[in-house]
Write a protein that binds this ligand. Structure first.
Ligand code: NAD
Length: 359
């Protein structure tokens, strides 16, 4: 239904494609927690799952083929939460059907596909928002504002820690693009956004320590990536599929006049982290830690659709983050620092440290 035929007081009718861990949460949020939106359809080839979500949320439009959902004229916008390797085909179909999209990260499971998606969306008349929800998390929003206001001076170093409590099942890993593409993209996006600078070069190390089966898909379960930014600032990111002690997301930005830490700090400075014994305040998973962010990113999407404007996170942000992830992968494989622009290893001469531009 077009803007001209819909009464502006009516809610935006939304369909959710893929109702697994993430899609089910988006569907719940759209059923009452997001002003101006109405969930009218869900689609997933897993019939039992899609029926369960449809029944729980009282949604009449339940489909095992997402194309049937797209064929509905009254569905104006969709949330795409199917696996990353279905993305390109699905975004093309949504585009052809004229649906606005809030699409889960990553843009695609690899960089060439992500670039094709970005090309496909060039000049599109529909709105496309990417699900980098950390940009909507109140703590990250505040930190970003303080950094932009210059409260810590010029940012010179960023540390980004990402640890899931448990790794995803093997079935998910195969279509995910791997640790850097699937998970570290959140941190690479935060790095660009918080530092206000593009990542120029990366050097990555990684290994498969906890889930040997991930190696079947060429994936790792612990990775570390050093970052160098265009303005000369530096950073470190580490990521683990399994902490065993909870969902652990921490970021610190060091500036010339202070530092900002985003995460959880306890009164007692001794923190004992024993696997499977949560005798302390802990965050179980991303759905708990970023509950507000998932709701607020959807609210932002719906507000843009209702009031006009451009989403704060677009496909280009997704491509930039994937370029960093792909360079990290190339570095892991070559054992050499890799240029984000060329995706090729850089020689020793190029690897000379840069003078930091201090303004
Ligand atoms: N933003 C975040 O914090 C966050 C967190 C988790 C997952 N994700 C992203 O969300 C997406 C889904 O991840 P998940 O953890 O929910 O995975 P999941 O495996 O739990 O769920 C994926 C669902 O998609 C369905 N599906 C598969 N092919 C489909 C198709 N052709 N059409 C419709 N549905 C299809 C599956 O049956 C399954 O129910 C991934 O891209 C992932 O990267 C984002």
């Amino acid at each position: 239904m077009s803007e001209t035929t819909r009464d502006k007081h009516e809610p935006i009718r939304v369909g959710v494609i893929g109702v697994g861990r993430m899609g089910a949460r988006h569907a719940q949020n759209l059923s009452g927690a997001v002003a101006g939106a109405k969930l009218v359809a869900v689609a997933d080839p897993d019939e039992a799952a899609v029926r369960r979500v449809g029944d729980e949320l009282g949604v009449a439009g339940v489909y095992t083929d997402y194309r049937e959902l797209l064929a509905r004229d009254d569905v104006e916008a969709v949330v795409i939460a199917a696996p990353a390797d279905t993305r390109e085909e699905m975004i093309a179909a949504c585009l052809a059907a004229g649906k606005h999209m809030l699409c889960e990260k990553p843009v695609a499971h690899d960089l060439p596909a992500a670039r094709r998606v970005a090309k496909m969306l060039e000049g599109a008349e529909v709105t496309f928002q990417l699900g980098f929800m950390r940009r909507f998390d109140p703590a990250y929003v505040r930190a970003h504002r303080l950094i932009r206001e210059g409260v810590i001076g010029r940012p010179v170093f960023i540390r980004l820690v990402s640890r899931d409590a448990e790794g995803p099942p093997l079935g998910f890993v195969g279509g995910s693009g791997g640790l850097f593409v699937d998970s570290s993209v959140h941190d690479f996006d935060l790095a660009r956004w918080l530092m206000g600078s593009e990542v120029e070069r990366v050097y990555a190390l990684g290994g498969t320590f906890v889930y040997p089966e991930y190696a079947e898909h060429g994936d790792i379960d612990v990775g570390a990536v050093s970052l160098r930014f265009a303005g000369g600032a530096i950073g470190l990111h580490d990521n683990a599929r399994k902490s065993g002690y909870g969902y652990d997301i921490r970021t610190e930005v060091l500036g010339t006049d202070g530092a900002i830490q985003i995460g959880y700090l306890n009164q007692d400075s001794v923190v004992l982290l024993k696997n499977d014994r949560p005798g302390y305040d802990y965050v179980p998973d991303f759905l708990a830690r970023f509950a507000d962010a998932y709701r607020l990113e959807l609210q932002h999407f719906i507000d843009v659709l209702r009031k006009g404007g451009t989403p704060a996170v677009g496909v280009e942000d997704g491509v930039r983050a994937l370029e960093i992830a792909a360079a990290a992968r190339a570095s892991l494989e070559s054992g050499l620092p890799v240029s984000v622009a060329s995706q090729h290893p850089v020689g020793a001469a190029d690897a000379e440290p840069k003078e930091l531009e201090v303004s």
